[in-house]
Design a binder for this molecule. Structure first.
Ligand code: NAP
Ligand code: MG
Length: 398
């Protein structure tokens, strides 16, 4: 059999711990036997980030600007414990944060739907993709405890020194206040990322805020989305047979619960944080959530939504058997390969991505799965496989 060729590379960002082990197994068993795998490799493993003073993370993000498509393994975000464990020079920043700051994108998270792993919400038949705005609001806020009686105001001073004031509250006693912001340019790029992703995946786009209460702040989100939609996307959406739908956040939540899925739900930063945990746990497992960062310039970075599965890695180091689910990491690869195929008009590569996804899903549906899924499946007497045997079972089907 001739291997499938790739004319342009994918930026490959290797990572840490158990997912680094899975990464190698996936390449050896599921990719390299079938593809002339063409990647530009960056080692984002914590040791190498430390050696390069984190320059490798910056270099890898810049490489995405050149090649447009990346696939990323989960990486450790250092904390105090990791400082000692890896003898770090500095508490390096979250790689995902660094990459997002360079590419300026929106993160889309979607569950992988498999028969036998049923959502808790019985009418959800298709995946619900959450698009979370990743800038500002309460995540970049300023807060104060008010010690006693007094006046709290919002004050904006323009470049000429002119002040505009807005009363927050006349305090009679103790209380609390909070100030937050967003930037029109960031909201606009969030909107464009969502509209582009909806067109890419041919799904309706829902967006919701609390504009009835927040008449300036949330209303600005609503207005920017609508202006961009009318000016740039209305015709494209009609041609693709999809719909942009705005509603109040309360109404959106109620409709989501009654829906059958199959759309993108664009959320403000806080809503996305909270709702993505609800949606992913209701669909079954964090190990079945895909994640892709889409930049307004059309760069794509695919990854799994979960972390490095540290607990399993320590078992692996002790020589114990692990049963770690590689599905989301496999789908990160297929997402990147399919996108590479689309950009290069490489039909064979796109078809390979489809086949690998199908082989993965079929393997689970025939009852072969890792322990996390075996615990929640409705399939009778599933075969619980270890990390490597699960990947081998997929390879056999493929
Ligand atoms: P985690 O790696 O997502 O794992 C948390 C727990 O979820 C695991 O202990 C395991 O439960 C279960 N789990 C997650 N993925 C699984 C999989 N593929 N198969 C089976 N079970 C899975 O989160 P964490 O342990 O809190 O974080 C570990 C490291 O990952 C941290 O250093 C953190 O900084 C990093 N992290 C990276 C990213 C990223 O790169 N995108 C995201 C989140 C966290 P059981 O132990 O009960 O089996
Ligand atoms: Mg959260």
């Amino acid at each position: 059999m001739d291997k499938i060729k790739m004319t342009a590379p994918i930026v490959e960002m290797d990572g840490d711990e158990m997912t680094r082990i899975l990464w190698k197994m996936i390449k050896e068993n599921l990719l390299e036997p079938f593809l002339e795998l063409n990647t530009e490799y960056y080692d984002l493993g914590l040791e190498h980030r430390n050696e390069t003073n984190d320059q490798v993370t910056i270099d890898s993000a810049n490489a995405v600007k050149k090649h447009k498509v990346a696939v990323k393994c989960a990486t450790i975000t250092p904390n105090a414990a990791r400082m000692t464990e890896y003898d770090l020079k500095e508490m390096w920043k979250s790689p995902n944060g660094t990459i997002r700051a360079i590419l300026d994108g929106t993160v889309f998270r979607a569950p992988i739907v498999v028969k036998g792993i049923e959502p808790c919400v019985k009418n959800w038949k298709k995946p619900i993709t959450i698009a979370r705005h990743a800038y500002g609001d309460v995540y970049k806020n300023s807060e104060m405890k008010i010690p006693g009686a007094g006046k709290a105001e919002l004050v904006y001073t323009d470049q000429d020194g002119k002040e505009t004031r807005e009363l927050i509250h006349e305090f009679k006693g103790e209380g609390i206040i909070q100030g937050m912001h967003n930037i029109n340019q960031s909201i606009a790029s969030f909107a464009r990322s969502c509209f582009n992703y909806a067109l890419d995946t041919k799904q309706d786009l829902w967006f919701a805020t609390k504009d009835t209460i927040s008449k300036k702040y949330d209303h600005t989100f609503k207005d920017i989305f609508q202006e961009i939609y009318d000016a740039e996307y209305d015709e494209k959406f009609k041609a693709a047979g999809i719909v942009y739908f705005y509603t109040l956040i309360d109404d959106a939540v109620a409709r989501v619960m009654k829906s059958e899925g199959g759309y993108i739900w664009a959320c403000k930063n806080y809503d996305g944080d909270v709702m993505s945990d609800m949606v992913s746990s209701a669909f079954g497992s964090l190990a079945m959530m895909t994640s892709v960062l889409v930049s307004p310039e059309g760069y794509y970075e695919y990854e799994a939504a979960h972390g490095t599965v540290q607990r399993h890695y320590y078992k692996h180091l002790k020589g114990e058997e692990t049963s770690t689910n590689s599905v989301a990491t496999i789908f990160a690869w297929t997402g990147a390969l399919r996108k590479r195929g689309e950009l290069d008009s490489n039909e064979e590569l796109m078809e390979f991505a489809d086949r690998l996804e199908k082989a993965t899903i079929d393997t689970i549906e025939e009852g072969k799965m890792t322990k996390d899924l075996a615990l929640i499946t409705t399939i009778k007497n599933p075969a619980v496989l270890n990390s490597e045997d699960f990947i081998r079972a997929i390879a056999e089907r493929l």
